[in-house]
Design a protein around this ligand. Structure first.
Ligand SMILES: *Cc1c(COP(=O)(O)O)cnc(C)c1O
Length: 427
């Protein structure tokens, strides 16, 4: 229970953010270059360089620079759909009401594109070690729906999923993987970068990601043919003809050469950003030691990019907290706390935390979809976890977890104060 009189400092003058862009100067140089050469559209040296540099860094053969991570996921899922189910009729999606297994505890952009292509998401619960797709739940899902042929897998908050286990199951059932590495650029699993483990892989340069173009994303694959297809679709699917010849449906999804200038300037700083984020994570780990909480964890064989530091409160140390669709309430209790209390106290001191992504199976729009846990399958309803008795790990992480201020421009002094506020919540 938080006691204000015990905190000896005032709210931060300058807001301490969750994660904001960190610019270095070279970004402006490449933007300026685009301006001076008048390559201000979706063609130019910055785009070409960014595609080459990212593909090389990640270790995938081909990169296609796009307007966003979401557009990259859309085209990846469309490609997979065509590969699996053939070309659709005009005005129909490629997935044709086919079920697709996907991460449950993630940002909506991971799975919205499944519905753009007419597919039906089937949500797979998380595990506690990495908070990502649970291999046991995935195996269960294939027992229930053995015909499913596509898995969309996210690496949450920069932590690689249990990739080997998931790939093994995918192989057993002949399913393709689309890897959503939007949050995990630079993270490795058994020495290999994320963004290489799916047939198709997606990253994001959105403003709060580990490096940014202000917006933007990239599609990654080892198939030249598929990379060319995505590049073509992303520029309205023009054929090689003197006029506008169209034999396929296209999209306006290409990255701008100005945005690519920002990304190009950021790429050399990826490792520095990861070092800073890791230092933030380690300082939280030390600073919060002894409290009834755990930091978001990862497997020993992996090295996250530590994009966001998160914590989860032990069950016994949770005070009473209720959330409806739009609001949260809690009852303060000595020696206990909850995400709502901590987020409110942080906000009072002008620091930004955030709840964990709400499991998508619990979102009103997806409540008609199945969620499959390691214990079985059920229709997600608001109260299914509380009343139903099947343990939904993603929902439990949402209830007890939160994202901490993780901006790599946060000073040690600021972070010490954030830690003090959190500690005071458990007094
Ligand atoms: C940010 C994000 C995306 C989407 O990227 P945009 O560039 O914002 O479209 C997709 N998936 C996850 C997990 C993300 O965090």
């Amino acid at each position: 229970m938080f006691d204000k009189t015990k905190i000896k400092f005032k709210p931060f003058n300058k807001k301490v953010w969750l994660a904001t862009p960190t610019m270095h100067g070279e970004e402006l140089k490449y933007m300026q270059d685009a301006f001076e050469k008048n390559w201000m559209s979706t063609v130019g040296e910055n785009i070409n360089e960014v595609e080459k540099m990212i593909a090389e860094k990640v270790g995938c053969k081909y990169g296609v620079a796009l307007a966003s991570g979401t557009s990259s996921l859309h085209l990846a899922i469309k490609l997979a759909g065509i590969k699996l189910y053939g070309l659709p009729d005009l005005c129909k999606g490629t997935l044709k009401r086919k079920k697709v297994f996907c991460s449950d505890l993630t940002f909506c952009a991971t799975i919205n594109p499944i519905t753009y292509e007419g597919g039906i998401p089937v949500f797979i619960d998380s595990e506690y070690e990495t908070w990502n797709m649970c291999p046991k739940a995935l195996e269960k899902a294939f027992e229930i729906y053995p015909d499913v042929k596509l898995i969309v897998l996210a690496n949450l908050y920069g932590t690689p999923a249990k990739i080997d286990e998931i790939r093994k199951i995918a192989k057993k059932y002949g399913a393709l993987i689309v890897e959503d590495a939007a949050e995990s650029l630079g993270a490795t699993y058994k020495g290999k970068q994320t963004g290489t483990f799916g047939e198709y892989n997606c990253i994001s340069f959105n403003g709060n990601k580990i490096i940014t173009g202000s917006s933007g994303g990239m599609f990654l694959t080892n198939s030249l043919e598929d990379a060319n297809k995505v590049r073509k679709w992303s520029t309205q699917a023009r054929e090689d003809a003197p006029w506008y010849q169209h034999e396929e449906i296209g999209y306006n999804y290409r990255m701008s050469n100005v945005i690519a200038g920002v990304v190009r300037g950021q790429i050399p700083y990826l490792e520095e950003h990861i070092r800073q984020k890791k230092a933030i994570y380690e300082r939280y780990k030390t600073g919060l030691a002894g409290l009834p909480i755990k930091m978001n964890s990862y497997e020993e064989c992996s090295e996250p990019n530590f994009w966001l530091s998160c914590m989860i409160i032990d069950k016994e140390a949770m005070c009473k907290q209720v959330r409806d669709e739009h609001k949260a309430l809690y009852i303060p209790e000595k020696g206990k706390s909850c995400p709502t209390e901590i987020l409110e106290r942080l906000a009072e001191y002008n620091a930004e935390g955030r709840p964990i992504w709400k499991p998508l199976s619990s979102e009103p729009i997806f409540r008609s979809c199945d969620i499959i846990t390691k214990d079985g399958s059920f229709r997600a309803k608001t109260n299914a976890y509380i009343a139903g008795g099947i343990e939904n790990i993603g929902l439990d992480i949402f209830e007890r977890g939160l994202c901490l201020p993780s901006d790599n421009k946060m000073t040690v002094e600021e972070q010490d104060k954030v830690i003090e506020i959190i500690r005071a919540c458990f007094e």
